[in-house]
Design a protein. Structure first.
Length: 379
């Protein structure tokens, strides 16, 4: 197959996150199997206009705020200049409504949709634009097939009007050969918890900070490490100072993969207090390292964390419940070990090769059936 794909970001973009890892882990493997993949994505200051990542040709146009228009023009140009078998749109920001510019088979990947959580993150005009655009997906993408990364995302799509028969759930994988426990990297001596991800309002990091303050008030000593960058960083650092947590909360910014792996191994648990996710890839990376998770009982996260088996789920936004979960691990270090062991076993059931196998089969089946329908209409 020759695949034209569109995603707002590519893996080298400084803002890249779980959605980009997901795309390149799967489609990089498809390239290794002989398929051709061309991706159109936005650029950033100083970004080269073209690049190759894991065999995928990346073409960059516009920036974060102009990609909605420039990305569509770039797609139209690519479709005029070359022949493709299928178009893949990864909707993890604002949909580009690609079916309005091509009649090729449309394969739509959906990590998750924002819905009303957009209003917690963005200004009213931007959030309103995202909300309205998502409402239009069932009508504009009629005839497409959907690849959802969790049951929660599938259920959300069905509630919005997408036929369940048009949706296939394919769980993401995890590199359990890289993310693996290491006896030479023991747990931190002080109970230490870890957040890894973008620093965005909807991620709910302030809930963890409030929980930390509650524990301090009770005389329980814990530390929190925060890895990642984002536009909520300044607010979170001010909140940390206001809560008197500057000596127990460390903002580490961006770290490379080796440093992240060491932090995951050393942590007593990762924390993921987000309102909504497609899956929660950090939870399974931690699991592969033998580290449990404490996460919101919210869409996506409740699938990457098995409550009571690989970690603890708590009501979203409930700081006292998060504080109680943190304190359970402090009081029961053996729980860290037992849940971590279960977490590793869970991670071993997930693989990127399996996700690529299922995606390839789904794409081939859809592309061939769509091609047969077009031939029948031609006759």
């Amino acid at each position: 197959m020759k695949i034209l794909a569109v995603n707002w970001l590519d893996l080298n973009n400084p803002q890249a996150g779980g959605a980009e890892i997901h795309f390149f882990e799967i489609f990089g493997r498809l390239v290794e199997r002989g398929h051709t993949v061309v991706q159109v994505a936005s650029g950033w200051d100083g970004a080269p206009p073209k690049g190759t990542i894991r065999g995928i040709e990346v073409r960059r146009v516009g920036g974060r705020h102009s990609f909605a228009l420039k990305g569509r023009r770039a797609l139209r140009q690519a479709l005029e200049e070359e022949s493709f078998d299928v178009v893949v749109e990864d909707i993890n920001k604002l949909p580009l409504f690609v079916p309005t510019i091509t009649r090729l088979p449309m394969y739509v990947i959906v990590p998750h949709l924002f819905g009303t959580t957009a209003f917690k993150e963005a200004s009213l005009p931007i959030a309103g634009t995202v909300w309205v655009a998502e409402l239009m997906i069932p009508r504009v993408y009629r005839g497409a097939v959907f690849h959802a990364i969790s049951d929660s995302t599938r259920d959300d799509l069905v509630e919005r009007g997408i036929r369940a028969s048009d949706i296939t759930v394919i769980f993401p994988g995890v590199d359990s050969d890289w993310f693996v426990p290491d006896q030479a990297t023991p747990r931190a001596e002080t109970p230490t918890f870890l957040y890894v991800g973008r620093l965005k309002r909807y991620k709910g990091i302030d809930t963890i900070l409030e929980a930390m303050a509650m524990l301090r008030g009770s005389g329980v000593g814990v530390e929190l490490q925060i890895v990642g960058r984002g536009d909520d960083s300044d607010r979170l650092q001010h909140l940390t100072h206001r809560l008197g947590l500057s000596d127990s909360v460390r903002f580490l910014g961006f770290v490379d993969e080796e440093k992240k792996r060491n932090l995951l191994r050393q942590a007593w648990a990762v924390v993921f207090p987000s309102a909504k996710e497609g899956w929660g890839i950090v939870n399974v990376e931690a699991a592969a390292c033998g580290t449990p998770a404490i996460a919101s009982d919210s869409p996506g996260l409740r699938e990457s964390v098995r409550d009571g088996q690989t970690g603890i789920l708590v009501p979203h936004g409930n700081a006292p419940a998060f504080a109680q979960a943190l304190e359970r691990f402090v009081a029961r270090p053996d729980l860290v070990t037992s849940l971590g062991r279960n977490a590793r076993q869970f991670a071993e059931t997930l693989s990127w090769d399996r996700a690529a196998d299922l995606t390839e089969a789904h794409l081939l089946e859809f592309s061939q059936s769509a091609g047969n329908r077009q031939k029948e209409r031609g006759h």
